[in-house]
Write a protein that binds this ligand. Sequence first.
Ligand code: HEM
Length: 190
Amino acid sequence: MGCKLTKLVSSGSQNPSGRESPPPPPATDSRLPLTAKQKYTVTSSWKAVARALEPTGIYMFVKLFEENAELLNLFTKFRELKTKEEQTNSTALAEHAVKVMQTLDEGIKGLDNMDEFFDYLHQVGASHTKIPGFNRSLFWKIEAPFLEAVSRTLGDRYTENVETIYKLTIKFIIETLIDGYDKVSSDSKS
Ligand code: HEM
């Protein structure tokens, strides 16, 4: 029975060993800088990060402030948290970290639909034009902390191949946020 079902759902062909070989991956949207296989790797490994959004997000922000202490001043809700310990234990920081991680979660889950991906992340990027003291280049500051946080959460699962794919993915997400940010800035000038 299992075999019949497998045949029904699979469009793969039989190879000489008699086993089913998987169908070739479908072509990806040309705007996505990942192969179908890389997209599969990032979305499947992301599931483990999605189960740990809060600790991953807190670690990411603590790293961000460790490397760029001056950025704390942009955050009115927790700019007074000067030490790593205060930041790690703060509910306000945790809430913000979860919101940002949920945005990344939506983004990564949205890699299957590029129109939705762009619309959503353009809006989030655009929302940063309202933040006093923020500028487009600051988005890049989250790149290294994000990679460090994902690496910590995934542990052994963060192989060299996975790292390469996360680097491409976060770069693509940040570029998309910046495009959304720039679109508002240029619209308001015209
Ligand atoms: C992956 C990149 C980023 C994403 C997805 C992201 C997402 C968000 C979201 C969803 C909010 C709204 C939160 C809310 O409704 O309370 C927000 C607010 C904010 N973001 Fe970002 N952000 C990113 C990068 C950054 C970076 C790098 C900085 C600073 C250098 C930053 C500074 C802020 C500030 C100051 C706010 C306002 C916080 C407040 O309510 O006081 N963001 N961000």
